[in-house]
Ligand binder design. Structure first.
Ligand SMILES: *Cc1c(COP(=O)(O)O)cnc(C)c1O
Length: 430
């Protein structure tokens, strides 16, 4: 295995795959199979008993998915990972791995819309309460914590406000109180390492930057291996109490011979087994392709975004630009503390002409795609007030940071002059 901590190298060589042992294949093979032949009955029994790790059935593990999991774990600086069918499945599993009915989590208010719905509505069905706190005040997380609080949850670089979350501050509060911080790092792969800042768990929608080419839906959860699930009395019964669904296994004990992987082991052996949101081997292959050039693409995404933000800031029709590079004060300090090598490729801007001007801008674009996606190699644009946020009232839209004239951009890796030229002509027409 290659001994490096550099993401450029790990994206190509990190994790379990070297050459395929049976064929010598350098590219990770797509193991498009449901099941795997056992060597004998003893081997089968050891696999089911977890005394030996190995492939049983693709709902629970697959060698192509394993190559992706171990590679992303290496890049994030974690100890193990679990690939699942979507980013939404990853978030659901992150919470359900710790919570039972009657428990609660504390979440930042600044969330992806799908996560917001899951937290505000669907988790209620399972008796799990989500307490929302404003990330401007990290101590709000401490105040909202009680003995049934199982985790904190936030996004590194949440749009539309694009104010970096105080990862180190809230992780430290959580470690003081015995509560793990789970970070959604979808918008800032490579440029942010939440585990190094004290987070316990990182998840991604691999659909976005990791895939990078808008072809596949997927998600991944990375276990930092840096959190003591046995401390804190009875805060983590799903991990440190006997599990009746696995003949009384205590996951913190069962994981001991394998490493500090109790959290992700339980997610695989129980949640993935029972809820079944597995990633397909084909999609894992697509994400491995995206991952190989991710560090290089992020450099260009960030460099292009910096120039587009400067262009927009100087344009007479633009009243406001939302991007960490043009922030000031505490927001900028947080961005500089958490991001390295760039401020990301997501950006927003507002036009004096309000909603009508925003819609005209979108309809006038010739190269940028008008889609509800981010993180594609192509540049993308959307008008949230009439699309992603149209179910909210105007007051709710304003509370989330969406003004009527707000336009969201996800800056791609085309030549920056062509991106700016398309934006410039659409602004003229708006
Ligand atoms: C897209 C996205 C998700 C959900 O991911 P899917 O793969 O679409 O299920 C979660 N969080 C963030 C920040 C996202 O951008």
């Amino acid at each position: 295995m290659v001994n490096s901590t550099n993401p450029e190298t790990l994206a190509l060589h990190g994790g379990s795959h070297r050459a395929d042992p049976s064929t010598g294949s350098v590219a990770v093979p797509i193991h498009q199979t449901t099941s795997f032949q056992f060597q004998d009955t003893g081997h089968a029994a050891r696999l089911f008993g977890l005394s030996e790790l190995g492939n049983i059935y693709t709902r629970i593990m697959n060698p192509t998915c394993d190559a992706l999991e171990t590679r992303i774990a290496a890049i994030e600086g974690g100890v193990a990972a679990l690939a699942v069918g979507s980013g939404q499945a990853a978030t659901s599993f992150c919470v359900l791995n710790l919570c039972s009915a009657g428990d609660n989590i504390v979440s930042s208010t600044d969330l992806y819309g799908g996560t917001w719905n899951l937290f505000a509505n669907t988790l209620k069905q399972f008796g799990v309460e989500v307490r929302f706190v404003d990330p401007a005040d990290p101590e709000g997380f401490a105040r909202a914590t009680d003995s049934r609080t199982r985790c904190y949850y936030a996004e590194t670089l949440p749009n539309p406000k694009l104010q970096v979350f105080p990862i180190a501050e809230v992780a430290a509060i959580g470690r003081r109180l015995g509560v793990p911080l789970i970070m959604d790092n979808t918008a800032a792969p490579i440029i942010c390492k939440p585990l190094a800042l004290g987070a316990a768990i990182v998840m991604h929608s691999t659909t976005k930057f990791i895939g990078g080419h808008g072809t596949s839906i997927g998600g991944i959860v990375v276990d930092g291996g840096n959190f003591d699930w046995e401390a804190g009395g009875n805060r983590f019964p799903t991990l440190n109490q006997p599990d009746p669904s696995y003949h009384g296994a205590v996951w913190t004990q069962a994981a001991k011979p394998l490493g500090p992987i109790a959290y992700i082991l339980r997610m695989r052996t129980c949640l993935l087994r029972d809820m079944g949101a597995a990633m397909s081997p084909f999609n894992a292959f697509m994400f491995l392709q995206g991952l190989e050039t991710l560090p290089l693409r992020m450099e260009r995404h960030c460099a292009n975004a910096l120039k587009v933000a400067a262009f927009l800031a100087s344009h007479p029709k633009v009243t406001k630009v939302i991007h960490p590079s043009v922030q000031a004060g505490e927001a900028k300090r947080r961005a500089d503390a958490a991001l390295h090598g760039g401020y990301g490729s997501l950006m927003g801007f507002e036009m004096a002409g309000g909603a009508e001007a925003g819609a005209r801008f979108i309809d006038s674009l010739k190269m940028l795609y008008h889609v509800a996606n981010i993180g594609d190699a192509r540049s993308l644009a959307i008008h949230p007030a009439t699309t992603t946020h149209s179910q909210l009232s105007v007051e709710e839209q304003l509370a989330t940071g969406v003004t009527p004239g707000y336009v969201r951009l996800s800056i791609g890796i085309e030549h920056v002059e062509d991106i700016i030229a398309d934006i410039a002509q659409a602004l003229e027409a708006a």
